[in-house]
Design a protein around this ligand. Structure first.
Ligand SMILES: Cc1cc2nc3c(=O)[nH]c(=O)nc-3n(C[C@H](O)[C@H](O)[C@H](O)COP(=O)(O)OP(=O)(O)OC[C@H]3O[C@@H](n4cnc5c(N)ncnc54)[C@H](O)[C@@H]3O)c2cc1C
Length: 384
């Protein structure tokens, strides 16, 4: 039987960030993941600069053999509508490839890594949990993404969850495809659906192209994706057919569906907790921030992992993500008929001020939100 202070199930950005901070606090940490890293993850791979700051990522070190694409502007609009170019003239975001990024963070965390092992069983013991019958831990962190087994086994998932559904593909373009791709490297393109319930994106990272579409409505996702791809070709943004399938995945937006994220000897982080920003669907930054906040609360509990000592995590998340739980159609007008929201939204998307200040600065870049400082101020009292 192996033993550790903290077992983290899931080695994505949430799990590896939590592990990294806990290792720095001197705890013995095991990260268990069912996949072997580097592994692919369905994702656009767009991150905001706060992510690099919070994780103290050395850009020179990271870019040795990995893709980090600077983003200096965006083209935004509705599918078939007027597109607006917003240029910042300096990097306001980056593009990473998830199989490189996640493997880098996990390796760097300093945790013991058990990979290629599915979490199948969890039993409570006197002093924590026993996972898969052979790992004894004093504290458990569920970081297994939307379908996190910890959330499922412990009953933390709520009924009738409303997930975002999205499909995505990333591939390296041939020379011929590069010549037929009008998407610029540092200017991703965002195309909102007519009903404003989602958006498609085209995102070039060096010679890789990432294309996808996500929606808050699970119905007919594949036909929305097919129509989007058809539109890109018809409008000559891409002069070739996307050469691979677009697999799908689901995840929860903060404030839309709530899971029970704190219990005795247990915390959930990242997609397992359902934290993505409602307006953009950005989930990497919330995953990392929740991992860091969980680590602060666990460290401060100093081995006494009763629910009361872990509760500050809930308050820290609420404080951090307050105001992010409104999808953007609701932000425009909850009480207006959907046809009016749609018409209004399409008009607004074509207005350069709205595209820059509201869509990009406020909803996508969170320009007014500084990177998380660590440790957070309010990790409360501890029960011995
Ligand atoms: C199509 C799409 C595009 C997206 N684009 C972006 C984007 O551009 N920018 C952005 O910020 N966010 C984006 N997101 C959201 C983002 O991908 C997630 O929010 C983020 O990956 C959450 O990180 P995480 O660490 O919580 O979970 P994950 O990254 O999902 O990691 C969970 C880990 O748990 C492991 N695991 C699962 N089950 C088990 C088990 N039974 N036993 C052991 N291990 C297990 C998995 O193998 C995985 O490694 C996108 C999502 C989708 C679906």
């Amino acid at each position: 039987m192996d033993a550790c202070d903290v077992l983290i199930v899931g080695g994505g950005p949430a799990g590896s960030s939590c592990a990294w901070k806990l290792r720095r606090a001197g705890l013995d940490v095991v990260v268990l993941d069912k996949q072997v890293f580097p592994r692919d993850k369905i994702c656009g791979g767009w991150i905001t600069p706060a992510v690099l700051a919070e994780l103290e990522i050395d850009i020179a070190d990271y870019t040795r053999g990995r893709v980090l694409q600077s983003i200096t502007g965006f083209r935004t609009g509705s599918i078939g509508g007027r597109m607006v170019l917003t240029n910042y003239g300096e990097p306001v975001s980056y593009g990473i490839r998830r199989h490189e990024f996640d493997a880098y963070l996990l390796q760097r965390s300093g945790a013991r890594i058990v990979q290629g092992v599915n979490l199948t069983t969890l039993e409570r013991s006197d002093n924590g949990w026993i996972a898969n019958g052979n790992i004894r831990t004093r504290m458990l962190v569920g970081a297994g993404g939307h379908f996190c087994p910890v959330a499922r086994i412990t009953g933390a998932r709520s009924k009738n969850e409303m997930a975002v559904v999205a499909q995505e593909a990333e591939f390296e373009m041939s020379a011929e495809q590069q010549a037929g791709c009008a998407i610029e490297r540092d200017i991703p393109e965002l195309y909102f659906c007519a009903d404003l319930k989602g958006y498609g994106w085209c995102f070039r990272k060096q010679n890789y192209l990432n294309i996808g579409l996500g929606r808050m409505d699970p119905h007919r996702l594949s036909s929305h994706v097919a129509a989007f791809l058809k539109f890109l070709k018809a409008s000559s943004r891409l002069k070739f057919d996307v050469p691979c399938a677009l697999p799908g995945h689901a995840y929860l937006l903060y404030g839309v569906s709530a899971r029970n994220i704190v219990d005795d000897v247990l915390l959930l982080v990242g997609d397992a907790a359902g934290l993505a920003y409602a307006q953009s669907g950005e989930g990497i930054r919330p995953a990392i921030e929740s991992g860091l906040l969980a680590a602060a609360v666990i460290s401060s509990a100093a081995g006494q992992y009763c629910r009361e000592n872990l509760e500050p995590y809930r308050a820290l998340l609420a404080q951090r993500f307050r105001g992010s739980g409104q999808d953007w159609a609701s932000s425009i007008g909850r009480h207006l008929p959907s046809s009016l929201i749609s018409a209004l939204g399409r008009r607004l998307l074509g207005v350069p001020w709205f595209a820059r200040e509201i869509v990009l600065n406020r909803w996508f870049l969170h320009a007014g939100e500084a990177a998380l400082t660590y440790p957070p101020a309010a990790v409360n009292r501890r029960v011995a």
